[in-house]
Design a protein around this ligand. Structure first.
Ligand code: P6P
Length: 331
């Protein structure tokens, strides 16, 4: 029987290989793992008890919040508060950032941003959904400030996601590659199942909501036609975590461009695109807004949106060529 390496063991082993590690980040990652197990249990029971459905509230994006969104948000906040390693959080479900200022946490050096349950519109139809998180060192002194949360993506200390699908998997990076852990419910542990994930340089899958074709710009329409002419397969789940997970494992490109309906794109820079960009780059891929590296983009507010193109390096570069070729004609 292969030796089982649990998430906790792997995090501790990784910490030992880093002479400057103090164990605080390790503890934070384990706490996020704990929160994910609790959310996974709720998601897997969702069809059985009356916790699915609209909670009636609206999140910062003006979208109706499902009860599981609220539960996932509360579980993550509670686990991060108890960890003592996090002095502030920012979440899609909260308009503003939330300082964690109890004695136990106020001097902690990390802040965490997360989308607690991304793709929640898929909950009622049993399609994969996910949690996305990003961890930064705070830069402020004294009270937590907005600038602690709006750092550029390349300042991320760690980033990851949990996909609640046919199995529950946690995929994360602390800047030394990407590793995936599959939850074994029989022992309640995330077990190392995908060591040192590398994204294929090429791929034959493009992932975009083609229903938006009419509101795409000319250059995006040209790129979509290019993918079709190349005989690529189109796969789109409508849940970023699931679409990015497939792209990471099988290669290809996932993109949500700016449209006339969403002139800045739809996906959030800080707690969706930056963490996914870190993972994709750490796995050897590329993540841009069509012009600039995602992780170099300036953020001015928590819920800022950005166009995003991420996946196999060669496919993302080709998409940029279409975008920039059109711009050179029109500029
Ligand atoms: P559309 C889910 O609502 C989400 O935030 C992401 O998970 C997903 O990639 C995107 O929106 C889907 O958006 O406009 O294609 O339904």
């Amino acid at each position: 029987m292969h030796k089982i390496i649990t998430l906790d063991e792997f995090v501790i082993q990784s910490q030992k290989s880093n002479p400057y590690a103090t164990g605080e980040l390790s503890s934070l990652l384990r706490d996020i793992g704990l929160a994910s197990k609790i959310i996974s249990r709720a998601v897997n029971k969702a069809g059985l008890v009356d916790i699915v459905g609209k909670a009636g509230q609206e999140n910062a994006s003006g979208e109706t919040v499902q009860k599981l969104d609220v539960l996932a948000d509360n579980v993550l906040i509670s686990c991060l508060k108890n960890s003592g390693q996090c002095c502030g959080i920012a979440s899609e479900e909260n308009d503003d950032f939330v300082p964690i200022s109890d004695e136990h946490s106020k001097n902690a050096k990390y802040v965490v941003l997360f989308d607690p349950l991304d793709g929640s519109s898929n909950i009622d139809v049993n399609v994969s959904i996910g949690t996305i998180f990003a961890i930064y060192r705070r830069t402020s002194h004294g009270e937590i400030e907005l600038k602690d949360f709006t750092q550029k993506g390349h300042q991320q200390v760690a980033a990851g996601y949990v996909v609640y699908g046919s199995s529950t998997m946690m995929v994360y990076s602390t800047g030394n590659g990407v590793n995936g852990f599959t939850l074994d419910p029989s022992i309640g542990e995330f077990c190392l199942s995908h060591r040192d994930i590398k994204i294929p340089e090429n791929g034959k899958i493009y992932s975009v909501n083609q229903a938006n074709y009419a509101v795409f710009s000319e250059e995006i329409k040209n790129y979509v036609k290019h993918c079709m002419d190349k005989g690529f397969t189109m796969r789109y789940i409508g849940s970023m975590v699931a679409d990015v997970h497939r792209t990471l494992i099988k290669g290809g490109i996932f993109f949500y461009p700016a449209t006339s309906k969403s002139p800045k794109g739809k996906l959030r820079l800080l707690y969706e695109c930056n963490p996914m960009a870190m993972l994709i780059e750490q796995a050897g891929g590329k993540a841009t807004d069509g012009h600039q590296r995602i992780m170099d983009l300036e953020a001015n507010e928590l819920h800022q949106r950005t166009p995003v193109f991420l996946g196999s390096k060669n496919l993302v570069t080709k998409a940029e060529e279409f975008i920039q070729a059109h711009n050179s004609i029109t500029s």
